[in-house]
Design a protein around this ligand. Sequence first.
Ligand code: SF4
Ligand code: SF4
Length: 505
Amino acid sequence: MARLFEFQGKALIAEAGIKVPHGDVVETPEAAVEVAKRIGLPVVLKAQVWVTGRASAGGIDFAETLDEVEGKAASMLGHQVKGQTVEKLLVEERLSIARELFVGITIDDRRKRPVVMFSTRGGTGIEEIASRWPQAVVHMDIDPRRGIYDFEVRELARRVGIRGELQKRIVPAIRRLWATARRYEARNAEINPLVVTESGDVVAADCRITIDDYAVFRHPELGIEIAREFDRPATELERIAYRVEANDYRGTFYFFQMLRKFKKGEGVIGFHGAGGGGSMMSMDAVLKKGFKLANFCDTSGNPPASKVYRAARIILAQKNIDGYFASGSGVASQEQFNSARGLIKAFAEEGLSVPAVIRLGGNAEEIAIALLKQFSDYWPAQLEAYGRDDTPEFCADRLSVLVMLPARAKQVKRFDYPREFSHSFKTMTGWVRFDAERCLRCEGKPCIKACDYGILELSDGVPRLAITEADAAKGRCVECLACELECHLQGAGGLKIELPIEGLD
Ligand code: SF4
Ligand code: SF4
């Protein structure tokens, strides 16, 4: 789920007509002072970070004077709250609170429908409220097609003793929250606390909204960069990885950095899983061996070799890792040689310098393992490849042995790419380029045979597309990388598949 910051959520509910405190979001102490002058003192300064318990962690503070606003804003901006750097502050009027309530709308996956929860107690998490004061919490299913009627919300409020004038003010707030959640396809929209001020106003003092990942593309106005639930803003590498995933619907690629600052020799490895359950087991296996993970990565759902290549390059961009561990489901139906080809191209281009253990269990794993061994002269590091019969524990054990071995001096081959190209065609996410001069010198033309999809043919001794360029670009060239690898092994080096990675290259 893609989270919005408090100030973004408040802007959405304010647009729907729910009252929010006067204020603005700022990035400098000077701007905080300007906001305080405009809205009047006292004010509250709220760090815009995705953590719970901000107040106790120093992420919320109050200021009575402009000097205090400036000083406190300066001490919060650029500093960390529960591991997250504060880049923005919300400066708001300080409310005179008479009572705190809670209202939330969430998608109940079990019941397959939205549910509205309302409580006469707010301020702490709803789970804690519900367990401590169950009589103060009510909920109601919402039919997403017809929404909720006034009388239903009135009944909800009545069940927890909210009547009269207060009920009249709360009912529209709940209906408007539902309207916001529906409009922006939120999986969760929560106002906690929904404050009743001493003058009787009903005001949203805090707001958390998370948008359904699959709906994010319909809401470019929200400016969500990454449609995934992160408990902190995405790192540069995560942004790069997300763009890869967003631009290629084939298979799935997930990348999350677990450690960002570490040194060589600390036992931190790049982790590359394939398939949820298998990835988890593999992760456990390396953790039990005492390794730490620089990242979690998963490529599954039959991704093309090009996607696995990009995943591997992104993992290797974490320069201080001490090893590379790839292991996932042992019985994957996807053809394992696709993953192997992606890894080989990445390892050869990057000159893999840390030991790697690759466990590719599943369909055609023997071919995948053989391929990895065949190309082992293209990188200096030791790499061992295994299949389904070798457990993640055994493979993790092998990695712990390999990282202890001294680096070997080894003659390394390089992918001999042409510098100039005579012709090219576009694939879904890259280019296949040829050098006709080299191809004319090539005897076996193994690239033609390697293309199981039959989209290459010989024309005057040079490989060319046997289908239209438009069809190749739409995906008939599946970016399996077989032609390029055969060209390196047996050809004359007349082919290069370019797979750009925006932000990394
Ligand atoms: S294998 Fe390489 S060099 Fe030989 S024809 Fe194919 S692309 Fe050209
Ligand atoms: S041309 Fe054929 S072998 Fe080469 S990447 Fe495309 S589908 Fe694979």
